[in-house]
Design a protein around this ligand. Structure first.
Ligand SMILES: [Zn+2]
Length: 408
């Protein structure tokens, strides 16, 4: 059983401890200590990082976990530690202190959302750059709701109220009635209660700052509906809030600066660009049709005719998707036509639906026999690729095979 020093004092940055047991694999090591200042991941708060130092060894702690026994996992430098040895613990305080601000900020925000909208917080997670809570909320959550909550939450920050930690073996009835969230049956005594007087009372095992002023600032970044009456809210506190906002604003202004018209709001500039793209797409479509018509005319003038069937063949620079669109257009417009289109690494054979007596799939099969490669398709359209000969040669073989099939 590891004594959790962070329960009593979240501001302990250094301490001494004894190795109870350990596992070593190469330079990866896991230590179970008799006491620790390292918070194990849990309750939405990520695990602490830091250094464990002993006589001629040092461990960079990357992950901390466990409930009764707390394990500290990381990379070992120096000699192998042994059970029973004394070590010095040192937290990555910058990381922990920011997490404490985020966690306390969550208590404040959750209490405000409960107070304003009777919303319960059903989930919480601290990430590297932001935090996420899930709340129940009937109806549509709007930026207006959010602003109201932010103003109230930041008022609590500014009032610099104490964040008090109390331990109970059994909760008095009147305290039980004050809790924002019912106590889970899984919680074993001593029960740890976190109280912000007049704001929030809740059982919690995390690490918190000692007064709300230390949270600095609470900012909601985003919110969206997750499922029926469950909403996700992304928020940040403290210095992370400033960093997040700076990144967002930098992105915003740089994006606006990229626009032909640099006046706010950005959303209107984006809509302008979108409608411009749509207009260009329409123009492109019209031009493409015109091009296809000219191309079709040129191909038709060179078409060979066998038994009333017009055969056109061409080697194309187009990519396969465009070539297929063109071939379909070509054979649909022209009764009695078979088109053979060969690109750098593909062929498309297509016929007008009215053409009888020859299958494009069969034609492709015959061509593949001489060119190798693969492919398949239907009666009216077949595609293949991976040939060992060049496009001109493939086209020549295809024409030959088609003539043979038509004359059978
Ligand atoms: Zn907490």
């Amino acid at each position: 059983m590891t004594i959790k020093l962070f329960y009593e004092d979240a501001y302990l940055k250094e301490a001494k401890a004894k190795i109870e047991s350990l596992e070593i694999k190469g330079n990866r090591v896991k230590l179970n200590l008799d006491r620790t200042i390292f918070y194990p991941e849990g309750g939405g708060q990520p695990s602490d990082r830091g250094i464990i130092r002993g006589d001629r060894f040092e461990i960079r702690v990357e992950k901390v976990y466990g409930k009764d026994e707390i394990w500290h996992e990381g990379t070992l430098k120096g000699r192998k530690p042994k059970a029973g040895e004394e070590v010095e613990l040192k937290l990555d305080w910058k990381w922990r202190y920011e997490n404490m601000k985020q966690h306390t900020g969550q208590h404040i925000l959750s209490a405000v959302l409960k107070d304003l909208y009777d919303s319960n917080t059903t989930g919480f997670q601290i990430f590297e750059n932001y935090n996420k809570i899930e709340i129940d909320f009937d109806g549509k959550l709007t930026w207006e709701h959010i602003l109201k909550a932010e103003i109230k939450a930041n008022e609590i920050v500014r009032r610099d109220l104490p964040v008090e930690i109390e331990f109970y073996n059994e909760l008095p009835e009147d305290l039980r009635n004050q809790l924002r969230k019912d106590l889970s049956d899984k919680v074993k005594p001593p029960i740890r209660i976190v109280r912000i007087p007049g704001v929030d009372v809740i059982p919690c095992g995390g690490t918190h700052v000692k007064s709300t002023g230390e949270v600095g600032f609470i900012k909601i970044m985003n919110f969206y509906k997750k499922s029926k009456n469950i909403w996700r809210i992304e928020f940040v506190c403290g210095n992370r809030a400033l960093r997040y906002l700076d990144e967002l604003l930098e992105d915003y202004w740089r994006s606006l600066d990229e626009m032909p018209n640099k006046n706010r709001p950005l959303v209107e500039r984006v809509r302008e660009l979108k409608s411009e793209i749509e207009k260009l797409e329409e123009e492109k479509k019209a031009l493409r049709l015109e091009l296809w018509e000219w191309k079709a005319r040129a191909l038709l003038s060179e078409a060979e005719e066998i038994g009333g069937i017009k055969i056109v063949g061409t080697v194309e620079e187009l990519d396969m998707k465009d070539a297929q669109a063109f071939v379909v257009y070509l054979v649909d417009k022209n009764p009695n036509m078979i088109a053979l289109v060969v690109g750098k690494n593909y062929v498309i054979f297509a016929k007008n639906r009215g053409v009888e007596g020859v299958s494009m799939r069969e034609l492709l099969r015959e061509v593949l026999k001489e060119t190798s490669g693969g492919g398949g398709g239907s009666e009216v359209l077949a595609k293949g690729g991976g040939f060992k000969v060049g496009p001109e040669k493939v086209l020549e073989i295809a024409k030959e095979k088609l003539k043979q099939l038509l004359q059978v």
